[in-house]
Design a protein around this ligand. Sequence first.
Ligand SMILES: Cc1cc2nc3c(=O)[nH]c(=O)nc-3n(C[C@H](O)[C@H](O)[C@H](O)COP(=O)(O)O)c2cc1C
Length: 192
Amino acid sequence: MKHIIVGTDRLHSNSQRMAEIVQGLYQANGEAVEIIEIKDIMKGLVASPQYGNVTDPLLKAATDKVEKSDGLIIITPEYNGSFPGALKYFIDHLRYPDAFEARPVCFVGIGGMFGGLRPVEHLQQVFGYRNAYVFPERIFVMNVWNHFKKSDSNPDGAFQDQLILGLLMKQAKNFTTFVESLKTARLHALTK
Ligand SMILES: Cc1cc2nc3c(=O)[nH]c(=O)nc-3n(C[C@H](O)[C@H](O)[C@H](O)COP(=O)(O)O)c2cc1C
């Protein structure tokens, strides 16, 4: 199973809403994808640092999922020109050095006028360093708050940008092909 990681622990975050949209697109393709919420494991993370020896049950469940995942889809917001510290803290609790070794990963960035380009590029460095397979098709959502604005014609603030939805659907389909190709070639973490 693939996993979507919400890249922040901020409550009611736009990243969480984007994660639900992306999950829906994978489901529409007939694929179950699970969301991992950093906000749900933050208590375990801050209670006591558990580098290399995770004991908190919720945190352990999350690290186990990542370390056995078919593929990771990271939804990252831009915080101060990079990805959130909460995401880095979670990454630093995953098994080093092999948690991402030969594991496919793809990215959706959200932010202001640069659409989360900076956090995605910083994450590509981290995942490239850890020998993940970085999927090259990235999606950037500019001025993300506008996409969830409520109005008379859109009372729920539902995401309606068809161009971005089309790009997200294409990314989902192609990422699945990428993951399956790596498995068939026995290059994937789970088939090597
Ligand atoms: C702590 C913080 C720092 C931010 N820094 C930036 C930034 O450097 N560049 C930018 O374009 N947007 C920045 N923003 C705006 C966020 O990218 C935008 O509000 C986004 O929705 C936040 O993601 P979230 O809703 O998932 O927390 C920042 C927001 C927060 C909360």
